[in-house]
Design a protein around this ligand. Structure first.
Ligand SMILES: O=C(O)[C@H](O)[C@@H](O)[C@H](O)[C@H](O)COP(=O)(O)O
Length: 248
């Protein structure tokens, strides 16, 4: 099983600073053609802003990175709920990322599954193959949050997307967690095709799910794998009172 690396920060601000520093350090090591998989949600916004500001912005090799999304709300581009709109505003535009290096989920498609199929084609075209090679990760870095129900990306407990083993991207007609809009989500196998993977989790509402993950309960967040360690960066509010023995 993928090793788990778990660090608790006393405050959310400390978590944000540490996460941004860790991300910049990982991205500074990418080769000539790197790929980042961004997350949505509210926790990541301050991390984006820290990355887009000095001194970290200068460590990010904008000319060697393409940017993708682990999931997206099925809303028009630019919509206030759009993960891509958030990332453009808080990170990608301030960094000066060229438009052609930003690969947003095509939510203008007729259905979430049509958007998912198109996005899978985008990923495969960038990767240069339609099957993931365990020795060659799709992403240099995957960033994930975790919902209070233990979901990751838009893979919600009990929904078929969690069990998907063939597709790289799935449409999600009913989000199992607010905002209750349809979604498009990468699957666990696509997220696992990563050289590095960071969870960034903050807030007391996440403590029950995080306790369950660490106790071995089968939540989507517990199924996340990577070719490197699965790194959890959490604040004290989200951390279990006495972290259960990590069964990694
Ligand atoms: O589209 C989304 O909402 C995210 O990708 C989702 O997986 C998010 O990371 C978690 O729900 C945590 O969200 P918060 O950071 O807002 O708690």
């Amino acid at each position: 099983m993928t090793a788990r690396d778990f660090t608790i920060f006393e405050t959310r601000d400390a978590l944000v600073a540490a996460a941004a520093g860790r991300i910049a350090a990982i991205l500074a090591t990418v080769g000539p053609r790197g790929a980042v998989c961004l997350t949505g949600g509210s926790t990541i916004g301050p991390v984006h802003r820290a990355l887009a500001a000095p001194p970290l912005r200068d460590k990010i090799p904008v000319d060697r990175l393409d940017w993708f999304f682990g999931d997206e709300r099925f809303v028009p581009a630019g919509h206030e709920l759009s993960n891509a709109a958030q990332a453009r505003a808080t990170l990608l535009e301030p960094l000066g990322v060229p438009a052609e290096r930003i690969h947003a989920v095509p939510t203008a498609a007729a259905t979430p599954q049509a958007a998912a199929d198109a996005y899978a084609r985008t990923l495969a075209a960038w990767y240069g193959a339609g099957r993931l090679d365990p020795s060659r990760p799709l992403f240099d870095l995957v960033l994930l949050g975790m919902g209070a129900d233990g979901h990751v990306a838009s893979l919600f407990p009990g929904q078929p997307g969690v069990e998907e083993t063939e597709r790289w991207v799935v449409g999600v007609d009913e989000a199992g967690h607010p905002p209750h809009v349809a979604r498009v989500s990468l699957t666990l196998q696509a997220l696992a095709s990563s050289r590095a993977l960071l969870f960034i989790v903050a807030g007391s509402d996440k403590r029950p799910a995080l306790s369950r993950v660490l106790s071995g309960d089968d939540l989507p967040a517990a199924r996340v794998r990577s070719m490197g360690p699965v790194v959890w960066l959490v604040d004290r509010a989200a951390a279990p009172e006495r972290p259960s023995k990590d069964r990694s």
